[in-house]
Design a protein around this ligand. Structure first.
Ligand SMILES: [Cu+2]
Length: 113
């Protein structure tokens, strides 16, 4: 049920942001990140834009992640690259990020129906 609610919220957000925006340079991540965000298992809705099997990365267009980053399109490394197999461009997903050094890692990702 929570997913249904957050999905419709996400669609509203999507409609109001520039879906076609190119990958950005992130300026704001380190500035706004807080210590224990990773431990809260904060699920965020997004859409898969690109799956890069060579680099083990998925590019996601996602909603704002409160206290982490604004809505954006960005490539993320996955904790387990086996997760890439079930992802395809256009898939609606929900995912969890974890900060690892300077980068954010996708630790959980699941398809949203
Ligand atoms: Cu970003």
């Amino acid at each position: 049920m929570l997913h249904i609610i957050t999905s419709s919220l996400f669609l509203v957000l999507l409609a109001s942001t520039n879906v076609g925006a190119a990958d950005h340079q992130h300026m704001s991540h380190d500035v706004v990140q807080t210590a224990d965000v990773a431990k809260t298992m904060q699920w965020t809705n997004g859409e898969v834009k690109r799956v890069d099997h060579k680099k083990g990365k998925v590019t996601l267009h996602h909603a704002e992640i409160v206290n982490v980053m604004p809505a954006m399109t960005m490539a993320y490394r996955l904790k387990d690259t086996a997760m890439l197999k079930s992802l395809h461009a256009g898939d609606k997903v929900s995912f969890v990020l974890e900060k690892q050094g300077d980068a954010y890692l996708v630790t959980h990702i699941s398809l949203v129906k």
